[in-house]
Design a protein around this ligand. Structure first.
Ligand code: HXC
Length: 510
């Protein structure tokens, strides 16, 4: 009996060594942790239950039958993060470069199936040279099996990808279909075709980092939702992020203990809006002052900075925030910001996370490039996403809410439940100057007349009361009481239930 126990321990020890001490040393030399070290940091201590530790590939080509490392390049199982369950897979670059074989894919599929059945998220730690070259089409089939499960799981359980090494070729499409992608700076990259192929085909010379590193994907392509300095910080932040998410679509957003008074008054908000309507202020300040303990997990912070998206808690409950940022492009809606916010709204709605929308928007960004690139379709995404959402929605207009953008930014008309406005709000078809120039074109030669007309327009429309008179705004509130009002509004909406008419699925303007 003892022999058998010892043998098991030996086999386990062997499996834990992955591709061996030399390759582990190489991994460390690159500043990267091993697949198992990453899982240890991600999950609560001692909570990891591993599956399929002894699975080996079945390939017999290219002498592969001589090397059959236990586990086949991916560590899979489940564990907990602050006591809440998640499934996890972590690709082991020390085994055939973490490349995906038929059996490697089967291991990932197994935990994805369990996650779907048992209603727990899937976190993928990606570090892989792509398709296992020795296995050819069997590997491609394995990828497709994973892709199918990504789609089936979408909207059922949250899926998070952390890219911690190479992720190239068709392999990028599994993370791309998950809810969030985060990357580690300087050691990870994602691209469909690498620098060599790019040079051959388009004659462009570019490094892997420039083509698909963390900076590229968080600032230019918006493929990634955020990036972190190194493995350790990335895994710590994944734990923080996970705490905001429900386990599945039926579970509801988690409630955490909180140490902040829901009635807290923030007098500084009364003076935040500058007297000059063209002067910017930082909407992030409003978010931090409203949220529990000023905690804000921002998503896509470095892309389309004219729109802020991310998670806060109110009375311990997760709330998704969408907010115009007047500091960038005056908070205009454009293609990038509309896409960014639309995807965020859809995630929150899919997983029952209430939405708080903070509005200061002068309209859609004008321009040939915006029109040619489809601002109509992309703007419609955000409109569609808000209009379709059935989660509790609270909107606060802080300053401008002009034109179509007023409708789009979670107005009452498209389904928001409680709409507040600060007294500094201007809810109108457009700003006073633009409106006067159109209405009184014949008087443009007379600056005094135009100034009087502008003043007349401002007095009549540059305020929240016209909308409030019609009930489009439920109440004009004091900025200092925003946290209290918003907390109470969400509390009143906790049992909100909406029935939607039958449909197979919608046809959002993709
Ligand atoms: C099998 C692989 C492998 C792969 C790496 N290795 N990639 N084995 N299949 N795809 C092995 C190497 O042979 C090596 O084995 C070990 O992993 C580490 O690789 P190195 O090259 O030494 O590491 P490094 O210098 O860090 O370079 C990493 C790399 C490079 C950039 C990822 O290995 C690479 O370019 N690999 C090929 C990438 C690729 O073309 N994959 C197919 C993409 S197409 P030893 O024994 O020496 O440790 C694809 C299609 C997916 O993925 C389609 C889905 C639909």
């Amino acid at each position: 009996m003892r022999d058998v126990l010892e043998q098991l321990e030996e086999r386990r020890q062997d499996a834990r060594m992955g591709g061996g001490a030399d390759r582990i040393a190489k991994q460390h030399a690159k500043g990267k942790l091993t697949a198992r070290e990453r899982i240890e940091l991600l999950l609560d201590e001692g909570s990891f239950e591993e599956y399929d530790m002894f699975v080996a590939h079945r390939c017999t080509d290219f002498g592969m039958e001589q090397q059959k490392p236990a586990g086949d390049g991916v560590v899979t199982g489940w564990g907990t993060i602050n006591g809440r369950m998640t499934y996890v897979f972590s690709q082991d670059f020390t085994v055939f470069g973490g490349s995906l074989s038929e059996t490697h894919a089967q291991k990932i599929c197994k935990i994805m199936d369990m996650a779907l059945q048992n209603g727990a998220p899937v976190i993928g730690l990606n570090d892989s040279g792509g398709a296992r070259i020795q296995e050819g089409v069997a590997s491609l089939a394995g990828y497709a099996d994973v892709f199918l499960r990504n789609v089936k799981a979408s909207g059922v359980v949250p899926q998070i990808s952390l890219i911690m090494g190479p992720c190239a070729g068709g392999a990028v499409y599994s993370p791309a279909m998950t809810d969030f992608i985060f990357m580690v700076e300087d050691s990870s990259y994602m691209f469909v075709t690498g620098p060599d192929v790019v040079k051959t085909v388009t004659n462009e010379i570019v490094t892997a980092e420039e083509l698909g590193g963390a900076r590229t994907h968080t600032t230019k392509s918006s493929v990634a939702d955020g990036s972190f300095e190194n493995d350790v910080i990335a895994l710590e932040q994944m734990r923080r992020f996970f705490d905001y998410l429900p386990l599945n679509a039926r579970d509801g957003a988690p409630v955490r203990p909180f140490h902040d008074d829901a009635n807290r008054i923030e007098n500084s908000l009364d003076t935040l809006i500058p007297d000059n309507p063209n002067q910017p202020y930082d909407m992030r300040e409003v978010i931090l002052k409203i949220s529990d303990e000023s905690d804000f997990f921002e998503v896509k912070a470095n892309f389309a900075k004219n729109m802020l998206t991310g998670f806060i808690r109110l009375e311990g409950r997760t709330v998704g925030v969408v907010a115009n940022q007047p500091m960038v492009l005056a908070g205009c809606l454009d293609i990038d910001s509309a896409r960014k916010a639309a995807r965020f709204v859809r995630f929150c709605d899919a997983f029952d996370i209430p939405l708080l929308t903070l509005v200061d928007v002068p309209g859609f960004l004008p321009g040939v490039s915006q029109e040619y690139n489809g601002i109509i379709t992309h703007g419609a995404k955000l409109l569609f996403a808000f209009a379709q959402a059935t989660v509790p929605m609270v909107t606060v207009i802080t300053r401008k809410a002009y034109g179509g953008a007023y409708d789009v930014m979670a107005s009452k008309h498209i389904g928001a439940d409680v709409n507040y406005a600060w007294p500094t709000s201007e809810i109108a078809v457009m700003g006073a100057k633009g409106a006067t120039e159109i209405l009184y074109r014949s008087e443009l030669g007379d600056p005094d007349k135009i100034a009087a007309r502008t003043k007349e327009y401002e007095d009549r429309f540059a305020n929240p009361f016209v909308a409030a008179e019609r009930g489009f705004i439920d109440e004009v509130i004091m900025p200092h009481s925003t946290r209290r009002r918003v907390c109470r509004a969400f509390a009143a909406l906790r049992n909100k239930r909406v029935e939607m008419p039958y449909k197979k699925h919608d046809n959002i303007p993709l």
